[in-house]
Design a protein around this ligand. Structure first.
Ligand SMILES: [Zn+2]
Length: 107
């Protein structure tokens, strides 16, 4: 797989993600799931990792695009340098946990 094709695959994932977000906002959850599935398929078929900024918002359980306030609930809690974020998929109820540690010197 050439570099160019990988770039195209990544671009497609971003486009599908945007379409998924729009679907969620207009209440078309089924479409949003389809877009999430397509992003995963492209990633597997082209062996390209899903960009981190997108991957966070695709439900691991049902593949729906998670949009805070629409199809997801986001809770964050800061403990010292660690920021814990829990994203709950409102479609299937799956909870995704993320931890961020601030690495900046002044943090
Ligand atoms: Zn889900």
């Amino acid at each position: 797989m050439s570099r160019l094709l990988k770039d195209i695959a990544t671009q497609r994932m971003y486009i599908l993600f945007d379409m998924g977000v729009a679907s969620v906002k207009s209440g078309r959850i089924r479409y949003a799931k389809r877009y999430g599935e397509l992003i995963r398929k492209i990633s597997m078929r082209c062996r390209v990792a899903i960009p981190k900024s997108i991957r966070r918002w695709i439900c691991k359980n049902c593949s729906v695009i998670m949009v805070p306030g629409f199809s997801a609930r986001v809770r964050s809690r800061r403990k010292g340098k660690t920021l814990r974020v829990v994203t709950t998929c409102l479609v299937c109820g799956w909870m995704h946990r993320y931890e961020f540690v601030r690495c900046r010197k002044d943090g």
